[in-house]
Design a protein around this ligand. Sequence first.
Ligand SMILES: Nc1ncnc2c1ncn2[C@@H]1O[C@H](COP(=O)(O)OP(=O)(O)O)[C@@H](O)[C@H]1O
Ligand SMILES: [Mg+2]
Length: 246
Amino acid sequence: MEVLTPKLSVRNLCKSYDNKIVLNNLSFDLMEGEFLSILGPSGCGKTTLLRILIGLEKADSGEILKSGTDISGLSSFDRGMGIVFQNYALFPNMTVLQNVQYALTLRKDTKKEAKNIAMHTLEQVGLLDQINKKPAQLSGGQQQRVAIARTLAMNPDIILLDEPISALDVTNREIMKAELKSLQKKFHATMLFITHDQEEAFFLSDRIMVMNSGNVEQLDTPHSIYQNPASDYVSSFVVDQLDKKY
Ligand SMILES: Nc1ncnc2c1ncn2[C@@H]1O[C@H](COP(=O)(O)OP(=O)(O)O)[C@@H](O)[C@H]1O
Ligand SMILES: [Mg+2]
């Protein structure tokens, strides 16, 4: 039988700030092409985890393996991961095209083709008619799409998304949810999606990791979590909340 090597393997990750444990011996695998959500309340350590994965923050202990190789020693630039931040982090003084193009011009292998790659990606996310606008001239949903295009254009092995749609209004949130799902199919992307929203996680994910103050409460398919919550915490934070909404 073929044994699949996870695209990303997190092993026994620990992180504390000022003696406060933020990540408590966290372990999980993300498989190739998988959409995995990390679902947990505000303050449970989700952003800290992403920042450690991408190399903006250092873990106290533990391992991060990408396709079986430890990447802890690599810079953010060399990890082959792209991140879409909660606040989009677009450059306000650059146009849409410049925003998507910028990082591509910094890489030797994409420098020459930067504009073509940027244009192609903007076409794929339906923004070709907006390329000369500045972020402030766009709607929240469009800004979000620019942020996603900027990440996709770099062709990362893994895309990390930190609550990317929670700042949008209800209508745009529904549109972006559907769009994220179709983008994942189109790009065959491996995605780690952070959210505090139960319904988002259930709609989008192949699997969900439920987090509670730095611990993994349960990691399973949405169906299994709903049918068999592993703890009282999962029952009340996930199942009861979903039942309340529907
Ligand atoms: N740089 C930091 N210094 C001190 N405490 C931090 C720092 N970053 C995060 N924390 C704390 O770690 C905990 C988890 O934060 P965070 O990872 O942002 O949670 P989440 O993204 O799930 O809301 C919070 O209590 C937060 O205050
Ligand atoms: Mg956060």
